[in-house]
Write a protein that binds this ligand. Structure first.
Ligand SMILES: *[C@@H]1O[C@H](CO)[C@@H](O)[C@H](O)[C@H]1NC(C)=O
Length: 242
């Protein structure tokens, strides 16, 4: 916290409080967690590749669910039931974006995300949805690439949004060429905390901070990673600050 400017603390405080609401409302799991795909075979397959549409809320949440599942064994020694998995912050924050209406089409030209329309739709016009894409697709695809997911790296393809397609990378190879530094850092993160032995929290935080810092190079955003305990889940929260 001491790293953050006072005005930034206010924003962090808001996110903390809102996350707390999500926690208590949903019995700690992100919204639609049970309905989201939990393994690759829950997605469709085309030409030998798993096809994931990250612009549909449960499908995107499913990517986190698989990521949490596949990294669970590495965090087991800290607490049962995957409670100490530091990656929980990512789906929890995405769930918070969903329940607070941040993923809807802000232009209202489509019914994407609205209760009365396509309520599971994630709008490419939502700033939150676009930022979250990179906090979902990149960690997910880097995990595939690092071998954690147990499938070859060319076996997953994400579907593009209806517009602005060129902004979003869709596969391990295209994300590596568009965001080499971020992909490298996530890979290093998995190597440190999962594939190598005992997790050293200091090293872990350093890696995560590296990931956060590489994010600041993607745009005029500052990202802060913050971990805290809540309801006995140690969650890593990714805080965006404009
Ligand atoms: C991971 O997913 C598999 C298949 O759905 C399930 O059997 C297993 O219990 C899950 N593991 C954890 C730790 O959630």
């Amino acid at each position: 916290m001491s790293l953050l400017a006072p005005w930034a603390c206010v924003l962090v405080g808001c996110i903390f409080v809102s996350s707390a609401e999500v926690f208590s409302l949903s019995d700690r799991y992100p919204p639609l967690w049970n309905e989201s795909p939990g393994q690759f075979s829950d997605y469709s397959v085309e030409n030998g590749k798993y096809i994931i549409d990250p612009w549909v809320f449960p499908k995107r949440m499913g990517m986190y669910k698989i990521l949490l599942n596949k990294t669970a064994s590495y965090f087991e020694k800290f607490a049962p039931d995957n409670k100490q998995n530091l990656l929980w912050g990512l789906p929890l924050q995405h769930g918070w974006q969903y329940t607070t209406g941040r993923l809807v089409d802000p232009t209202r030209t489509t019914d994407c995300g609205y209760e009365s329309g396509d309520h599971l739709c994630i709008s490419v016009d939502s700033w939150w949805a676009d930022m979250n894409y990179f906090l979902c697709a990149l960690p997910f695809l880097a995990a595939v690439d690092s071998g954690l997911m147990g499938i070859p790296s060319d076996q997953v393809l994400l579907l593009p949004p209806p517009k602005d397609q060129t902004k979003f990378c869709l596969s391990v190879s295209s994300c590596q060429s568009s965001f080499p530094s971020t992909m490298r850092k996530w890979n290093a993160f998995y190597k440190y905390s999962c594939l190598k032995n005992p997790m050293d929290r200091g090293a872990w935080q350093a890696t995560v901070y590296g990931v956060a810092k590489s994010w600041t190079q993607l745009g005029n955003y500052h990202f802060h990673f913050l971990s805290f305990s809540f309801h006995d889940i140690k969650a890593l929260h990714v805080i965006y600050i404009l």
